[in-house]
Design a protein around this ligand. Structure first.
Ligand code: C2E
Ligand code: MG
Ligand code: MG
Ligand code: MG
Length: 294
């Protein structure tokens, strides 16, 4: 965006009105309203599974905006807008408090230790108060830090404002938050950088998963990422797993974790709670011990 090219080392995202079209400005006003009214925004949760035994190991929180006239608006359609117009800090804080409140609200035993992963934008990371926003939200509900994981996209590493990104990520991890590098493989960051990057997981972008197992290039890329990650002591979670064939290939390639429509699409919080309970019920009734569902 114009902002990024500006070389501004400061942390304020000044509005660049010239690049916004009239309908976008309307949307921007609506987003301001949504942030103050509070009842148009929701988090949906997508389950994350261990490939080997199908165990539910986490959930990714994904922002949804139920616009009163336009219906559901996907995050890609308004997050950039929020960043350009200084709304990302409040939007990001809303996501953090909402996720923490939800964690506290899930009482079913299968969810009481589950981590929820939130997506954070570059700006939230560089602002400096991310850690305290996270810890105060968790504190309010008496929750430990490991319950909120942080996903940041690989492109953040290339952001020129990413001065002390290593220090910031270290801080997050020292406080107990797991950190994942999102959309891995699409950001053109150097592999040498990974060596020094304090992250726990790589989220293999769904672009590499889509054509598995037919596309030999993607097969090679997946193999390479998995073996590199294992050498670096990182877990790999595959995004966008939609078919059994993809799941089987990833499992056999040594990838540990996956999320995608093959398991479930992102869903509202109440539905996610039922999803967790159903998995447990399935396991109890499956006397053979094999995971018939997967
Ligand atoms: P992401 O973090 O990479 O999230 C994964 C996206 O892939 C989600 O789209 C999810 O719904 C979609 N997805 C999951 N499984 C499948 C599948 O099997 N097939 C396909 N085709 N798609 C799948 P969504 O929810 O539209 O989010 C898009 C992006 O918006 C996210 O990409 C993330 O970068 C951003 N985003 C979402 N929520 C937030 C948020 O709270 N804060 C920030 N800063 N960004 C967010
Ligand atoms: Mg993500
Ligand atoms: Mg992703
Ligand atoms: Mg993405």
């Amino acid at each position: 965006s114009a902002q990024r090219l500006g070389g501004n080392q400061g942390l304020r995202f000044r509005p660049a009105l010239n690049v916004e079209s009239v309908p976008d400005l309307g949307l921007l006003n609506d987003l301001r309203t949504a942030l103050t009214s509070g009842d148009q925004l929701e988090l949906h949760y997508q389950p994350q599974h261990r490939l080997g035994d199908g165990e539910l190991v986490g959930a990714e929180a994904l922002l949804r905006w139920r616009h009163p006239q336009q219906g559901m608006i996907p995050p890609d359609a308004f997050i950039g807008l929020a960043e350009r117009h200084g709304l990302m800090a409040s939007l990001g804080s809303w996501v953090i408090s909402q996720a923490a409140a939800q964690l506290a609200h899930w009482h079913s035993p299968e969810l009481t230790e589950l981590p929820v992963w939130i997506n954070i934008s570059a700006m939230q990371l560089f602002q400096g108060n991310l850690e305290s926003t996270l810890s105060s939200a968790l504190h309010r509900h008496g929750l430990p830090a490991y319950r909120l994981g942080v996903e940041l996209t690989e492109s953040v590493l290339l952001d020129e404002r990413a001065g002390d990104i290593v220090g910031r990520l270290q801080g997050l991890r020292r406080s107990g938050h797991p950190v994942a590098l999102d959309d891995f493989g699409t950001g053109y960051s150097s592999l040498g950088y990974l060596k020094h990057l304090p992250v726990d997981k790589l989220k293999l972008d769904r672009a590499f998963v889509q054509a598995l197992p037919e596309d030999p290039a993607d097969v090679a890329i997946v193999d390479a990422v998995v073996s590199m990650a294992s050498g670096l002591g990182l877990q790999v979670i595959a995004e966008g797993v939609e078919s059994r064939e993809q799941r089987d290939h990833l499992l056999q390639a040594g990838c540990q974790l996956a999320q995608g429509y093959f398991y479930a699409a992102p869903m509202p919080a109440e539905e996610f709670e039922r999803y967790g309970a159903q998995l447990v019920a399935h396991k109890r009734t499956d006397l053979s011990g094999s995971m018939a569902m997967y």
